[in-house]
Write a protein that binds this ligand. Sequence first.
Ligand code: ADP
Length: 489
Amino acid sequence: MIKCFKKSLSKKISLTSLQWVLLILSVFNLLVYIGVTRVFLAQDRYNTEQATEVVREFLSKETSLTEGNLLDLLEQFNATGSLVEDGNKTYVFDKQGGIDDLIFDNQDVSIYDKNKQLVLTTNKVLSTIKIGKVGETTTHRSPAFSGFYQSEKVYSKDSREVIGYVTVYQGFASYYMARHALVAILLVSELIEACLIFKLLMVVSHRSLKPLRDFQAFLEELSENPSDLALRSDIKSGDDIEKLSATFDNMLEQIEGYAKRQTRFVSDVSHELRTPIAVIKGHLGLLQRWGKDDPEILCESLDAAYHEADRMSIMVNDMLDMVRVQGSFDLHKGEITDLRQAIEVVLGNFRILYPDFRFSLTSTIDDCIYAEIYKHHFEQAILILIDNGVKYSSGSKNIHVTLDVLGDDAIVKVRDEGEGISQDDLNHIFERFYRTDKSRNRVSTQGGLGIGLAILKQIVDAYNLKVSVSSVVDEGTEFTLVIPRVMAE
Ligand code: ADP
């Protein structure tokens, strides 16, 4: 049963991407926040400096900044004021007066005489802050006041003497407000951006994952009909999923081909086994009924049963060989074989088994030729080729083997003058269980089960050899093996 997942892949991708986008946006917004607040502060500092300069310039028209000319000053500022008595007499005047032209709303100003005694102020609370370092903008933080303030000496334009001091205060209140507004704007914009980006990501990922959903649907269909190996996903998305689909389809094609060959093999084996089993059964029945007492029938039936059992054993051995060879390569790595000697051993055996055949070995090189291949595997490869030459030569009984050297390779050719192989069949003869029609139509198992050349191919692949074949129907076949040589020490 297919498990249902709550989170779709597109949602998962969108959420993961969104996390990254949010992170990047947050970093970006943080940088914007830091940059903009710095600009705000720099602006406030500049405004403080400017206002100090302007008020100082304005006051420099006076000859002295003393209590005596307070009223004069107030008049100049076109402002109303009140006298506050707290030990020192101080005038606090209304900012809405003429001083408005000199300083901003969020600024205050205090004026001192040359003995640093407060003369006039727009804010009594601020005037408690001592005159700071003259000419420098100082940051002040206290419950009463948070902000910048700057003090400057006031020189009389006439006498060029110091007549007093002026301090301008610029509170952080407006900076804090701007900062809060900035945070709110950045947060809201990030939220809106996140929603829009998530929506966009969902749409894009949903669209780009469509081929994957198609592939999944195909897999579900395949799992419902596992025997239908003709099914293909055939997705054309032009991306990795198309590649995956093509690989999968290719695999299905191979499995389908393999399954077909297996089925054909099973039917071939059962077809081939049916005849010897029927023959053995027939003869045993004959013996059971009356053959035991007739020495002639007894002998004939035993002979026939033995012969058929022999055929069956050849077939079973063929199949076992195939399985065995596959598992034996790793055991014999690095073994060196004298190729000529091995070929001669195989030819010697064939000469005994088939005295009516002529087996020849020719070579233009007299020296020994060595290759890194396990002797038994090389002999088996040659045996398969010569055995096929014998099996598929009905007329001429000549089998020629040549051993030569080309560069770093040894070249072994096995040629017969038999029935040959058609061009169509040549493309398939190395496949497991493949037999040409001619071979399949043989009544006996003499034609083999289509396993020999598959075993040869296993050997060729395991040792990185090369094999090729050329054939002319009714004239003969030539197999060529190319084997990398090793030099004799
Ligand atoms: P088999 O055991 O049937 O011979 P092989 O794998 O050795 O299986 O060969 C596959 C098929 O290739 C054979 O069935 C045969 O039809 C064809 N074949 C192989 N060698 C030769 C040859 N020398 N001459 C003609 N046909 C051949």
